[in-house]
Design a protein around this ligand. Structure first.
Ligand SMILES: Cc1cc2nc3c(=O)[nH]c(=O)nc-3n(C[C@H](O)[C@H](O)[C@H](O)COP(=O)(O)O)c2cc1C
Length: 478
């Protein structure tokens, strides 16, 4: 049995009480608003929308698929019952293990798959036949691709890349724009194809097992196919079919997918779109728009929605735990000594605020940790603040991080500014028409190395005294 079947995932999630059915929502605004209400509640669930107004019953949209630790644990093959801390614990070291195991789980080609149950040829393609939500009130149009994976290839090596790049419906339903930001691996592939052949082949899956959303939506290193990486996560090779025209892969159990070509001058106005920064910050811009040559879907397909917005949003939990695990592995992997924890905070979309805890070993160590965390490929895109703290601070606890900042950081000496770094078109501080640089601050909130021995002692009862007292009056411990 395939571990990459979204329907099996849904059955498991439902069995664990993690799915809520919403019937009769409008794809314009109501699916988005219902999803937002879900992300803001304490116990989020996966929401499956059916009987969507104006669409065939059975044509569904799923959101919230990775919005809590149980769903994430299930999606990443780590267990059905993990709470938040158990998930974080279970993820420790995993990204590196998955990377190393990827070659053993190379995806395999098959000739048939459920995705070919329905094949729609070029002239009959209409994305508007499928629920394409307008997620937020000021969005520029319906977006059929959010929790999606766009598949490109490196024309030199043949290595595939999966990237989650949003897709707005264009040309009255005949095509979609693919909003891939410069610097992303998919963008680099597309640019190479343009230089070599004048056009770039592309396939994309719009509904599929959420593990593809996780791998496509996080910074897996270049040169590693996210399909193999997904195989390593699940302990099973991904099976894929090839798009008949482009030859690029599509996971065989995908729900809804297409293939086509991108051309340098084939763009359409795209946006605005409610972004992960929490703003409609990208404005309208010309974006590459596919010439779609084929659309494929399972009967009664499920579109995987993952709309961003002011955090918490659909994938901010996923982004935060995955990035934190990857960044921890990355800093240890480059040989940084004394790493005690890294946390990419959800409130910063898992990107803008990164806290790193270290055990200081030498003068300059804390600055080194900060610079590395700010510029490692895993964390470099759209970071704005790196805060380095000592090992007595839990980097995941923003209150503790802020306390360290307010007591161990002298702004005059301990804040470094990096300029002309890797920003984004969606930065609310960005200026229209300007290159997407940003600026970032490294905040060294560690005790100064030369005062480690004589820095004032923290004023709180020791663990020993606390344990003794808590034993005496057990109700005091929450
Ligand atoms: C749901 C979702 C939507 C995303 N939308 C975009 C997007 O529209 N454009 C973009 O460049 N990155 C987007 N991202 C971020 C990229 O998917 C992410 O940076 C990923 O690492 C890109 O893959 P790559 O590094 O292989 O290019 C999105 C991520 C998620 C999870």
């Amino acid at each position: 049995m395939s571990k990459f079947d979204l329907r099996e995932w849904l059955r498991m999630a439902d069995g664990a009480g993690q799915v809520e059915l919403i019937s009769g929502a409008d794809s314009a605004l109501e699916i988005g608003a219902a999803s937002q209400l879900n992300y803001k509640r304490k116990n989020t669930k996966a929401l499956i929308f059916d009987q969507i107004i104006g669409y065939r019953p059975g044509y569904r949209v799923l959101t919230g698929s990775v919005s809590n630790p149980r769903l994430m644990g299930m999606t990443l093959n780590l267990g059905l019952d993990l709470d938040d801390l158990e998930l974080v614990e279970a993820l420790r070291g995993k990204p590196q293990q998955w990377l190393e195991a990827s070659p053993d789980f190379a995806a395999i080609e098959v000739s048939e798959g459920p995705i070919f149950e329905n094949v729609i040829q070029k002239d009959h393609v209409n994305f508007l036949d499928f629920p394409s939500p307008i997620w937020h009130e000021l969005d520029g149009g319906p977006y059929i691709g959010t929790g999606c994976a766009v598949i490109t290839s490196d024309p030199d090596t043949g290595v595939f890349n999966l990237g989650a790049y949003r897709m707005q419906v264009q040309d009255d339903g005949a095509s979609v724009s693919i909003n891939v930001e410069s610097g992303k691996h998919g963008f680099q592939h597309i640019r190479k194809w343009f230089e070599k052949e004048g056009r770039a082949p592309v396939t994309a899956t719009l509904g599929q097992h959420p593990v593809f959303l996780v791998v496509a939506g996080t910074e897996v290193p270049a040169g590693v196919s996210e399909m193999d990486y997904a195989g390593a996560i699940m302990g099973q090779r991904v099976q894929y079919v090839r798009g008949p025209e482009t030859g690029l892969p599509i996971p065989a159990e995908s729900e809804l997918a297409f293939e086509g070509w991108l051309y340098p001058d084939r763009t359409r106005p795209e946006g605005p779109f409610g972004e992960w920064t929490g703003y409609y910050s990208g404005d309208v811009a010309p974006v590459l728009t596919a010439e779609v040559t084929g659309l494929f879907h399972r009967s009664d397909p499920i579109n995987l929605g993952a709309p961003p917005g002011k955090p918490p949003h659909d994938y901010s939990y996923m982004r935060s735990v995955m990035k934190s695990a990857m960044a921890t592995d990355a800093l240890i992997g480059v040989g940084l000594a004394g790493v005690r924890g890294v946390w990419c905070h959800e409130v910063g979309g898992g990107r803008s605020i990164v806290a790193v805890a270290i055990e200081q070993r030498y003068a300059g160590h804390s600055r080194q940790a900060g610079y590395l965390a700010a510029q490692h490929p895993v964390t470099a895109y759209m970071n704005r603040f790196v805060i380095v703290v000592d090992q007595d601070i839990n980097p995941r606890d923003l209150d503790q991080v802020m306390w360290a900042m307010s007591t161990r950081c002298d702004p005059d000496r301990d804040i470094e500014i990096m300029r002309y770094t890797w920003g984004s078109r969606v930065d609310p501080l960005g200026l229209p028409g300007q290159p997407a640089y940003n600026t970032r601050a490294l905040i060294d909130a560690c005790r100064p190395f030369e005062h480690l021995a004589d820095f004032p002692t923290v004023a709180e009862s020791s663990a020993e005294v606390l344990d003794r007292v808590a034993e005496k009056w057990p109700g005091l411990r929450g």
